[in-house]
Design a protein around this ligand. Sequence first.
Ligand SMILES: CC(C)(COP(=O)(O)OP(=O)(O)OC[C@H]1O[C@@H](n2cnc3c(N)ncnc32)[C@H](O)[C@@H]1OP(=O)(O)O)[C@@H](O)C(=O)NCCC(=O)NCCS
Length: 189
Amino acid sequence: MHRLSERLLDPAVPGDLQALQELHGSVPDFYQTTYGRPPAGQEAEATFLDLPPGKGPEDKVVLGFFEAGALVGCAELLRSYPDPSTAYLGLLLVSQAHQGRGLGRRILERVYDLAAGWGCEGLRLAVIATNGKARRFWLRQGFLEVARKPYPGATGPALVLQRPNPRYRPARPAASMAPAEAGAPLENR
Ligand SMILES: CC(C)(COP(=O)(O)OP(=O)(O)OC[C@H]1O[C@@H](n2cnc3c(N)ncnc32)[C@H](O)[C@@H]1OP(=O)(O)O)[C@@H](O)C(=O)NCCC(=O)NCCS
């Protein structure tokens, strides 16, 4: 396996929009299973720009994962949605040719880190019920179904899945620090 590198994708960076659209095009089985059609051509733009009400571009990141210079995976993450302590994983995509090699799990680890950096103690996402491969993946990663909603345009309802963020560490209030931590003289430690 080549080394996996990552960086934020940006529609203003030449090549990023096209590379992301090619990544969407590299998962035909996902589109057929989930939407009953191939990708339409606007998916990369939607990944960058689509936002729920009340959220702005500053709340969203699209992380790209590269192997040997090629974009092989991405994660789209929304800060503090649908509530301040939750990060919403809008999309996790691994190129079909690279699936089943542990990349999805490695990308998810980075998502946990990023969400923890935002102070988000929970992760939430939606998976279309007909997407059995992804559904199994999420359940294996410790996500649990918390709701089920109709999803117009998809081949089945959306299952809303959630799990605590394993990387989240609550900030310790200064007042509750033990004396040693709060700066007691060295000889007392
Ligand atoms: C769902 C998806 C993100 C999973 O990513 P992935 O890279 O295929 O998943 P992984 O390889 O990390 O994990 C799948 C299995 O491969 C195993 N695996 C195979 N080779 C491995 C390796 N070399 N190292 C680690 N794990 C490996 C993993 O253990 C895991 O098995 P498990 O489920 O028994 O734990 C990916 O299939 C995908 O992008 N699908 C299309 C888009 C999609 O459905 N996205 C989700 C929408 S909600």
